[in-house]
Design a protein around this ligand. Structure first.
Ligand code: SAH
Length: 515
């Protein structure tokens, strides 16, 4: 055995790089390991083809767009490699997630980024992703292999300068999948025919595969370039050449899935969020075919006075109830118990109240059952219904912007109310890229007045917005939004209806999801 000579960073350093395949576009195609690595990341570097929606897995992280498209400055691969290493070394060492479209090592230059890590002595992992080479054809109803029709496939770059000779070497391969070649399709098709492929070989080009924007053109090797031009398809697109392309006629499925051809197909709806956790609204919108852009408006930060918080948490004598009014409060509570060297047993002597079922579920995930959850979620109901006696001491563990409703309701009943700052909520920072994408949204949903105010502060008011109810709509108008559509009731389906109604008034027709 040989000794490993590569320089290793100090054992205390957190420096680590995860090279993560983001999948081809559909956010559901990120791997579980990829999501986990994002959750652990301090910094995320993502590029053009990595769906920015995936950033919801890492609301805490610093996010840096390093795509070469849609960005005024050209970032060279060398600069990306250097940034990766610099960020991993920053401070006492950081966990960096490098999110790359599709798979890391399929024309992703992931190998070069891994080499940069090796050279810098930074430990790294590779999280393979679902490559567009297979997934885009699959979503178009084309299996890259098929019994009898295709026993082999090759993935090649359409950028190759080699042309003919290269294609001759592939003459025994049944299915060819071309990446990056949509502009050169005429030349590539001619070279393939010259290398001996039958001009009648079925072919299909899939643009923005696996997303609501997916569009497909079909033809033969002889006609595909023309079909692509007529349909106006551009990069990013994958072209499949082979008998399997014919199977689309029978296996076409994606645009038949409920929602994909739905009323919001081809439209981008931005969902603003002032809380962590998964957004149920996004699922509702996606089910109607929308491309959803999740926009976190706030971020959670550590409490400003950890010593005071820890002193309060260490000795809970005299406290009857602990009140938890958000999922984030539960997360932060466990974090601080851990930092104090304690665990859930420390809370054995107090009763726990959650503001609603979602917060109660978070507690349950940590092995704690809420002793009380109000009949209707909300601070007001919690204050009115909490089964506390006059004179009892309740401790509300919350952020610096806690609702006064709860305090007022409890004090009116003679309950002693105390508040401790468990975490802070701060306005989110938006990268130029995120801002640019948000500006392209067709409509933005607002679930609360504070969402309206945060959005106005972060990105201005030049948006069509759909508001959850009359109060939110009033807050939106007060914040300066002029195009406001109000949901008929405070429900997610109604908010999605409002988003749809807001779009119905606009001129631009939806792009058909598939042709
Ligand atoms: N590592 C990526 C490929 C990067 S090269 C992967 O494994 O998928 C970039 C090329 O990938 C694009 O030019 C296009 O050919 C292809 N591509 C990436 N995402 C795509 C998508 N959603 N639909 C169609 N083609 C896509």
């Amino acid at each position: 055995m040989t000794a490993d000579a590569s320089p290793t960073p100090a054992p205390t350093s957190r420096a680590f790089v995860s090279l993560i395949g983001a999948g081809p576009g559909d956010p559901g195609l990120l791997t579980l390991r990829g999501a986990e690595a994002l959750r652990q990341a301090d910094v995320v570097l993502f590029d053009y083809l990595a769906n920015p929606e995936l950033l919801r897995h890492c609301p805490q992280a610093e996010t840096i767009y390093v795509g070469k498209k849609g960005f005024s400055e050209y970032i060279s691969q060398e600069q990306i490699n250097a940034l990766l290493v610099d960020k991993a070394r920053e401070g006492g060492g950081k966990r960096v997630a490098r999110l790359k479209g599709g798979d890391v090592f399929v024309f992703g230059r992931g190998g070069e980024e891994a080499e940069a890590c090796v050279q810098a002595g930074i430990p790294f992992e590779v999280v393979p992703g679902v490559t567009s080479a297979i997934a885009a054809p699959a979503y178009a109803g084309i299996p890259v292999t098929h019994r009898e029709a295709a026993r082999s496939f090759a993935v090649l770059t359409g950028n190759t300068k080699e042309g003919g000779a290269h294609y001759e070497r592939l003459s025994g391969v049944d299915t060819l999948v071309l990446l990056m070649g949509v502009r050169n399709l005429d030349q590539i098709a001619a070279d393939l025919i010259a290398a001996g492929r039958d001009p009648q070989t079925p072919a299909a080009t899939v643009q923005w595969g696996t997303t609501a924007r997916q569009r497909v053109a079909t033809g033969t090797l002889a006609t595909i370039a023309q079909a692509v031009r007529e349909a106006g398809l551009e990069a990013p697109a994958v072209t499949v050449v082979g008998e399997v392309a014919r199977l689309r006629d029978t296996l076409r499925w994606f645009d038949k899935v409920p929602g994909v051809g739905g009323p919001l197909a081809g439209r981008t709806v931005a969902v603003t969020r002032t809380r962590g956790g998964a957004s149920a609204l996004s699922d509702v919108l996606r089910a109607r075919g929308a491309d959803v852009l999740e926009v976190p408006l706030i971020r959670f930060a550590d409490t400003g006075d950890e010593a005071a918080l820890h002193a309060r948490l260490r000795d809970l004598t005299g406290v009857t109830w602990l009140l938890l009014t958000s999922n984030q409060a539960v997360t932060a509570l466990f974090t601080h118990l851990r930092r104090l060297g304690l665990d859930a047993r420390h809370l054995g002597g107090v009763r726990l109240a959650a503001v609603g079922p979602s917060t109660a579920r978070s507690l349950e995930e940590g092995g704690l059952r809420a002793d009380f959850v109000p009949s209707t979620p909300g601070a007001r109901h919690l204050g009115a219904e909490l089964p506390a006696q006059a004179g009892d001491l309740v401790l509300h563990l919350t952020s610096q912007v806690a609702e006064d409703d709860l305090q007022r309701g409890l004090e009116a009943r003679g309950v002693r109310y105390e508040r401790a700052e468990l975490y802070r909520t701060e306005p989110a920072q938006m990268t130029q890229h995120a801002l640019a994408r948000l500006r392209q949204a067709d409509v933005v949903t607002l679930a609360s007045g504070s969402a309206a105010r945060h959005l106005a502060a972060l990105a201005g008011t030049d948006f069509a917005v759909a508001a959850m109810g009359p109060q939110t709509a009033d807050a939106a108008r007060a914040a300066g939004f002029a195009r406001v559509t109000v949901a008929q009731e405070a429900a997610l389906e109604a908010l999605a209806d409002a988003a749809q109604a807001a779009l119905a008034g606009t001129q631009e027709a939806a792009t058909p999801p598939s042709i």
